[in-house]
Design a binder for this molecule. Structure first.
Ligand code: PLP
Ligand code: LYS
Length: 416
């Protein structure tokens, strides 16, 4: 079943008309579907049911506690990149033993907290980080489980800002540097080599870059094993794309199937770190048209959500579908630039969209469940939006709208 669908010309999230959500909680707001989150997570679990695995949801995609809670209840692991994400997982009831810690600049304090909680693995991205981790673990009398993030130098054929597997990117290490670092890790007393890690980019819509990367990694695993360095799990990161417009990414089952086929009889435990493919299509952003403004050159729909609420169009020229929540909406039929209230020319949600709308029309942006709220900010002193989780015919406010006092309470004027 589609978790977001039009029934009687009204857009529904599961069994709730989204107009009722906007009515109750105001706009802009994010609306998530529990069912959609569960479906995508289960697609990973089902495809890996008879293979040793850990699916670690990438918290950065959508870190709302209720989202983490839904996934933790299904047995999810989590991929984190900061102590803030770590504490979110713990607060949501996630199991620390299923956490992998990625990121290029982990601090000693972050490492210490993760060690204290007993996480599954640190994905180490540089020689300097490896030494600091060894020292921090030594001070705590613990062994730090490590993987090294390898940059297999494959072109993920995605937007350059979200491609991470090329040599020119700041992430990971080249194959030869990684081998040298594994040798060093094997010597250091407070580290335990667990796995090999890789993440080549996000919103990948083809299988071949994943398979190319995997082939490089398998060669590397063999080279390491020949030296007596045993790799106990292979973390293939996240990156599977979703359909926003007309992209045709592989289904989750086909993606996992292709990886399994490439591995053949090598039953190496697999770790995945999917973010977007779990959360993107489990969320909408609801925004209301404040004003329409027609100039000789352009038709502007000025809406109450801005780039501070959803930055993907401004940052990556991302295209996300925007539709009125009621079909047969009355209004002006035209090609609209849907723009926000922020004082930036780049503040748009969509351009040149053929739609019928008027002052007051409620719009839904689809595919907004990943990298939406989690990348939002208070720019222009705009309180951040509310977040609502729909579960069947229930709606739950899972983050209240920020207030003006929320914006001010961490600051103070000078004394005197
Ligand atoms: C290390 C790492 N793992 C996982 C992810 C999640 O990626 P995606 O949302 O594309 O699945 C990212 C973000 O690209 C990442 O940097
Ligand atoms: N934030 C990005 C994806 C980057 C993923 C982080 N490694 C997006 O919205 O597409």
């Amino acid at each position: 079943m589609d978790s977001f669908s039009y029934r009687d010309n009204a857009l529904h999230a599961e069994n709730i008309a989204v107009d009722a959500i906007a009515e109750k909680f105001g706009t802009p707001c994010y609306v998530y579907s529990r069912e959609a989150l569960e479906q995508s997570f289960r697609a990973y679990q089902d495809a890996l049911a008879d293979w040793p695995h850990l699916v670690c949801y990438a918290v950065k995609a959508n870190s709302n506690l209720a989202v983490l809670d839904v996934l933790a209840r299904l047995g999810a692991g989590f991929d984190i990149v900061s102590v803030g994400e770590l504490e979110r997982v713990v607060a949501a009831g996630g199991d620390p033993a299923k956490i992998v810690f990625s990121g290029v600049a982990k601090t000693p304090a972050e490492m210490a907290r993760a060690l204290e909680l007993g996480i599954h693995c640190f994905n180490v991205e540089s020689a300097a980080e490896l030494d600091v981790l060894n020292r921090v673990a030594g001070n705590m009398n613990l062994l730090a489980p490590v993987s090294i993030r390898v940059n297999p130098d494959v072109d993920a054929r995605t937007h350059p800002y979200i491609s991470t597997g090329l040599r020119e990117n700041k992430f990971g290490l080249g194959v030869d540097e990684a081998i040298a670092l594994y040798r060093r890790a094997a010597q250091l007393p407070h580290l335990e080599i667990r796995g090999l890690d890789c993440h080549i980019g996000s919103q990948l819509t083809e299988l071949s870059p994943f398979i190319d990367a995997l082939r490089h990694l398998l060669v590397l695993i063999d080279r390491l094993e020949a030296e007596g360095i045993i790799i106990r799990h292979l973390d293939l990161g996240g990156g599977l794309g979703v359909r926003y417009r007309d992209e045709q990414p592989p289904a989750i089952a086909d993606y996992i199937g292709a990886i399994r086929a490439e591995l053949g009889t090598r039953q190496l435990p697999l770790v995945f770190e999917p973010g977007r493919s779990i959360a993107a299509n489990a969320g909408l952003l609801l925004t209301r048209v404040e004003y329409v403004k027609q100039t000789p050159e352009h038709n502007f729909a000025l809406v109450d959500a801005g780039m501070n609420d959803m930055i993907r169009p401004a940052l990556y020229q991302a295209w996300l579908d925007i539709q009125p929540t009621r079909r047969q909406e009355e209004g002006i039929n035209a090609h609209w630039d849907i723009v926000g209230p922020v004082c930036e020319t780049g503040d748009f949600l969509g351009k040149n969209r053929p739609l019928t709308l008027a002052d007051g029309t409620l719009l839904a942006m689809f595919g907004a469940g990943a990298y939406g709220f989690s990348m939002s900010s208070n720019y222009n002193s705009r309180p951040r939006a509310a977040e609502i989780m729909v579960d069947g015919d229930q709606m739950h406010l899972v983050r209240r709208r920020e207030s003006i006092s929320d914006l001010l309470h961490l600051e103070q004027t000078l004394p005197g």
